[in-house]
Design a protein around this ligand. Structure first.
Ligand SMILES: [Zn+2]
Length: 398
């Protein structure tokens, strides 16, 4: 008995040593140069063969990993999704790649499935369909996954880790024991509804990107306070893609200008999780401290003058209520998200327009990491419309 037990332990200890830890952020490294920004949606994403290598790297010595990962990446409550997934499992029953076959059918595309799995293993990002099955919720496809990969690669690994910290619920009952009954009920209700955002056994919650429908038709994307869930209205979001012609601003985009939108949204999650130390069970409930509500930092944000985005890209958003002189500087939260996006994507301009805020971002948020932005691109970002494109072009905001 003892020998068998020892052998089993040694065998498994050997396995554990051979298996690579998850979420190493090594295959999707930070991109500080212009490679990903001066690009169309067709350029500079990780090729499918390399995605297969990433998947092999993490799965070696982890026999059940794929099954668990696919369960996370296809986690739905909606019955239509559950029926689809049951069908996929049946169709894939005799397939040698097993659960990967299910994920390929879920995305209806091999490349999309492999990219979703590789991004999850390496960067702890979850990209899924909306749980809402309705036809009008336009889905993500392989093109969106390529873009999300680029946006994640603009974020340093230490920030990717801080935005995937979870809200704890382990000691909730203890924490609220001495509160009035009414307040206890309120807190329990709030956490109940938020349960999806609260737990992972390692006390983290992956950054999660899903499609949805905004509150108003012009809502391109949103992040709710205290969360790391980003919801995209795919139809509005895709207006930023290269090739779009817009006669209000008289230009056609030549690079994929959806990238700044994703970076802006991730910036909201950086705001949400910056001060969170992973300890206090009630932190997100009523003591919630963000960059954008910190007294000292609010002053830096208020005094900063945002830069103007190049080549009229940002004028696409002129119809937003909070745009002033071409700058999206409405609430403190929005202005902070713009500052962070500008630090990553147009740092040369931000350094000119808001030197103090630039220095604060470099020291306190980015730990000295700096970028090259759109102004360093060797290719034009937009081109003027021809008379024919002008005559047939779309109006923005419609
Ligand atoms: Zn925003």
């Amino acid at each position: 008995m003892r020998l068998v037990g020892l052998g089993w332990l040694l065998l498994h200890a050997g396995c554990l040593n051979a298996a690579e830890p998850l979420f190493q952020n090594r295959f999707f490294p930070l991109s500080q140069n212009t490679e990903l920004v001066c690009a169309t949606s067709q350029q500079n994403f990780t090729p499918t063969a390399a995605l297969a290598d990433i998947i092999r790297f993490y799965e070696a010595g982890h026999p059940d990993l794929r099954k668990h990962a696919v369960a996370v990446l296809t986690d739905h409550k909606n019955q239509d999704h559950l029926d689809d997934l049951a069908d996929y499992r049946e169709d894939c029953a005799n397939n040698s790649v097993g659960e990967l076959c299910v994920l390929e059918k879920y995305w209806d595309d091999r490349e999309a499935a492999w990219r979703a799995l590789a991004l999850f293993y390496d960067t702890k990002t979850v990209i899924k369909h909306s749980d809402d099955y309705r036809y009008e919720v336009r889905r993500f496809n392989a093109d969106h996954l390529r873009l999300f990969e680029k946006a994640i690669r603009k974020i340093p690994a230490f920030l990717r880790q801080s935005i995937s910290k979870a809200k704890p619920v382990d000691n909730l009952e203890q924490e609220i024991a001495d509160k009035p009954t009414v307040m206890q009920e309120l807190i329990r209700d709030a956490f109940q509804e938020d349960y999806k955002n609260s737990i992972w056994q390692d006390h983290t919650h992956p950054l999660t990107l899903i499609p949805g429908i905004g509150f108003r038709s012009q809502t391109v994307a949103q992040v709710f306070s205290g969360q790391n869930l980003i919801v995209f209205t795919v139809k509005a979001f895709d207006k930023g893609k290269e090739g779009g012609t817009y006669r209000d601003i008289g230009v056609q985009y030549l690079v994929d200008f959806r990238l700044p939108i994703v970076v802006h949204e991730i910036a909201h999650t950086i705001d949400n999780f910056h001060f969170w130390n992973g300890q206090d069970d009630l932190y997100f409930f009523y003591k919630y401290h963000k960059i954008s509500n910190d007294e000292d930092i609010m002053k830096i944000i208020a005094e900063a003058k945002l830069a103007l985005w190049p080549s009229k890209w940002f004028e696409a958003f002129e119809y937003l209520g909070e745009v002033n002189e071409g700058r999206y500087d409405g609430t403190t939260q929005e202005k902070l998200a713009e500052l962070v996006a500008q630090y990553i994507l147009i740092p040369e301009r931000l350094q000119q327009s808001a030197p103090a805020a630039y220095q604060w971002l470099r020291e306190d948020i980015f730990r000295g990491i700096e970028y090259e932005g759109y102004d360093r691109c060797n290719v034009p970002l937009t081109k003027p419309l021809s008379w024919w494109q002008y005559a047939t072009g779309k109006m923005l905001g419609q």
